[in-house]
Each structure stands twice: as C-alpha cells, then as structure tokens.
Design a protein around this ligand. Structure first.
Ligand code: HEM
Ligand SMILES: [Zn+2]
Ligand SMILES: [Zn+2]
Length: 383
C-alpha cells in the first residue's frame, strides 16, 4: 500500500488491541503496520515483535540489539495499514469522527482526511522517510504477468531489483503445467530421497558386515573394511556435501549474470533469483526432485569413478543425507521460529541477513563453516 493513498485511521486503543499472535500491529511513529504475517518469519524471533505489539517499534528498528537493513524497512512498508489518530483516543470518538466524515461527504465538503501533502510532510519529518514503499504499480516488472520472460529485459537494473525482497508469491510461467512443475512441497524431498538413504545405508553396512570388503591401497597393500567404519564414511560424505552446498550457492546461484545477457539473467532468476525476490514463497523453497537428481546423479558418478565401490556408495549416501537435511533446514530457516540461543536461531538470523542485507556473503546454510576459509562470513554487528 502506498502512503500517498488516503490512509485509514486507528485509535490508540484499537492499535493496542491487536497484540496477539493472531493479530499483531505495531507503530513506526504514527504509521500503523499489521505484521501478523511476518511474526513467524522474523529472524529476531516471534517473541521480540509480540512483546512490542501495539507499541512504537522505532527504537527497536534502529537498534540495538539490531540495526535493521534498508530492505527490512522497505519490507515493513508492505504491512502498512494506516495512520494513528492520536486526537481520538477512544473508539467512541473514532465512531463520532467516522460519522462526521460521512456527514461532511454527503454535504459535499471535503472529508477530513490527511491530504497527500500532509502525509508527505509527516514522512519528511520521520526517521523512516528513507523507507521506500513497495509500489507494485511502479515496479520494474508487471506482476500481473509471468515473470520468467520479463526479468531478462531488466539489464543492469536486474541485480538491484532481485535483491529487494517482497512478500508475495511469484508466477514464473503462464503455462499452468510448466508453472506447477517449478513448485515443490517440502515433504517431497524426504519422501523421494530418504528411502534411498535408508536402502543404501543398509546395503553398505550389510556388505561391510560380510567382512570381505577391502580397499586396495597399492598392489601389495589391501586394508579390510570393518562394518563400524561405515559411519565414518557416511560422515565424510555429509561433510563433503556441506562443501558442495557452499559452492553451489556461492558460485552457481550467485553467479552475477552479465547485464546484457537476457538468457543468463533468466537462468539466474529461475535458479535462485526468484528465491531472493520472494524469500518466503513456500512453494519454491526446496529443489524439485527432478532437478536435484541431476546433482545427485553427478555426485554418484563422480564418487564411484574415484573411490572403491563400497566406499563410494557409503560417502554418497552420507552426502545424500546431508542434502536432505540441508533442504529441510533451509525450509525451516524461512518458515520456522527457532528458540533464541539455539543453533537453528543463529542459522536463521545468518541466512535472513544473507537475503536482506549481505547478499554477497553468508553462503553457508546448514553451517557457516565454509564461509571462513572463503572469507565470506557475515560480519558481527557493532554499535
Ligand atoms: C515489526 C517489524 C519488524 C520487521 C519487519 C523486522 C525485520 C527484520 C529483518 C528482515 C531482519 C534480518 C536482518 C535485517 O535485514 O535487518 C531482522 C533481524 C532482527 N530483528 Fe527485526 N524486524 C521487526 C521488528 C523487530 C523488533 C520489534 C525487534 C526487537 C528488538 C527486532 C529485533 C531484531 C533482531 C535482534 C534481529 C537480528 C537477529 C540476530 O542477528 O540475532 N526486530 N528483523
Ligand atoms: Zn542466496
Ligand atoms: Zn533462503
């Protein structure tokens, strides 16, 4: 909603009443926001916003504990619902006021509402004047049409546009079947891949348990593989996955497409750009199994061509399990509300900062480990 449209007015009491998980409003000065839809997604935790429900959060947005990014402020504008009417303290006064407005309108006089000039004046005096409202009419793309074939035309404006997140679902393709093919519910990932993880783990363990598996180090030296070595190979595969996770996110998903290359921009948008544009579009948060099988298949072929069979399969299954955990954790970081102080809380805060503020750093999702050697750790906040 743009601040230039005539806003609705709310009394202080009315705003204060919306202080539950089902309906949570906050204020920035005299501007009223319904942030209910954002509560669970908030990286600082649901409780922090809920404890300030019905109140002015200007100080908290500036921090400490956290100075919110430009994108976080623009994001908040999407939840703007109206203005606080400080003069009319009670609901009765509000009702009277509404009646007076209707009366004025029927008498042909101008209704008592803030004019555009008045609102702009207020905005100028507010510390949030730099908040850029999400104006869907003025956006660089036409949201009423599929986006896949539009974004390539944005050229050099694409990079800035794609990194300004919005809270709305994306339609990629006009064709309903094609569109459906790009969406995946989170549960398909464990449904498709976990049976394979269990089967291959059982296969590796029972094969090793026969006691006949050996690794030929040289033509003279051959080491027997004990069944209890399986967990070690499995964990090696998982660790290898965390490296692949980092590399795919950093070097494939965050490749910077050349501004004049329509096709590479489109490819970037389909692979990862759409997730940055609409980070909470739940239908596109996990890899479709068809696409994932390309990566999984390549990983399998690579391991089996470089390692002895049983060792390769053991490492592969650990990596596959790491991938399933990655996709589930990524989904949870966007939709879950982990407790403050937990590992998942720190991962969520880290990942949402990657989305909102530090798009060129913070590529680790299930672990920040690989950000250290590659020097892409999101710096700690300083006040
Ligand atoms: C009500 C509207 C709010 C919105 C839309 C919002 C949005 C966000 C976003 C997008 C981030 C990720 C980092 C960034 O982009 O700045 C964030 C982080 C954070 N927010 Fe908010 N926030 C809101 C209110 C609050 C309030 C009232 C508090 C209370 C103190 C708060 C505390 C934090 C903290 C502590 C973090 C960082 C989490 C961490 O690094 O541990 N936020 N918020
Ligand atoms: Zn990313
Ligand atoms: Zn994400």
């Amino acid at each position: 909603m743009s601040p230039s449209t005539s806003p609705r007015f709310f009394t202080e009491r009315e705003v204060a009443r919306h202080s539950t998980t089902d309906s949570c409003w906050v204020l920035l000065g005299s501007r009223v926001y319904d942030v209910t839809a954002f509560l669970r997604m908030h990286p600082g935790g649901e409780a922090l916003i809920r404890s300030r429900a019905g109140k002015d959060v200007s100080r908290e947005i500036e921090g400490p504990p956290h100075r919110h990014s430009e994108n976080a402020r623009s994001w908040m504008e999407q939840y703007y619902i109206g203005e606080l009417d400080r003069e009319s303290g009670t609901d009765e006064a509000q009702t009277l006021r509404e009646r007076r407005k209707v009366g004025e309108q029927t008498e042909g006089k101008a209704a008592k509402k803030p004019t555009k000039e008045k609102v702009d004046e207020d905005d100028k005096n507010s510390p949030y004047s730099r908040c850029r409202p999400v104006d869907l009419d003025k956006d660089l793309v036409d949201w009423t049409k599929p986006l896949a074939w539009q974004v390539g035309h944005l050229g050099e404006k694409y990079d800035a546009w794609v990194h300004q997140p919005v809270d709305r679902p994306i339609r990629l393709f006009g064709n309903a079947f094609l569109e459906a093919g790009t969406k995946t519910s989170w549960y398909w990932v464990p449904v498709v891949w976990l049976p394979l993880v269990f089967y291959l783990s059982w296969y590796c363990y029972t094969t090793m348990a026969k006691g006949t598996s050996r690794i030929d180090v040289t033509s003279d030296l051959s080491i027997p593989i004990h069944k209890y070595m399986f967990p070690m190979f499995f964990l090696m595969g998982w660790f290898l996955w965390t490296f692949i996770e980092y590399c795919i996110h950093r070097f494939v998903f965050h490749m910077k497409p050349p501004a004049h290359n329509y096709y590479l921009i489109t490819l970037h948008f389909l692979l990862h750009g759409q997730h940055h544009k609409s980070p909470f579009d739940g239908s596109r948060l996990v890899f479709p199994p068809g696409l994932a099988s390309l990566v999984v298949g390549t990983f399998y072929i690579f391991l089996l061509s470089t390692l002895p069979e049983i060792l390769g399969v053991s490492v592969f299954v650990g990596g596959l399990c790491g991938y399933v955990v990655y996709d589930m954790i990524h989904y949870y970081l966007h939709y879950g509300s982990p407790k403050r102080g937990t590992y998942l809380y720190s991962l969520k805060a880290y990942h949402v900062k990657h989305h909102f503020e530090h798009q060129k750093t913070g590529f680790g999702i299930t672990t920040t480990f690989w950000d250290h050697p590659f020097n892409t750790v999101i710096p700690d906040e300083k006040f």
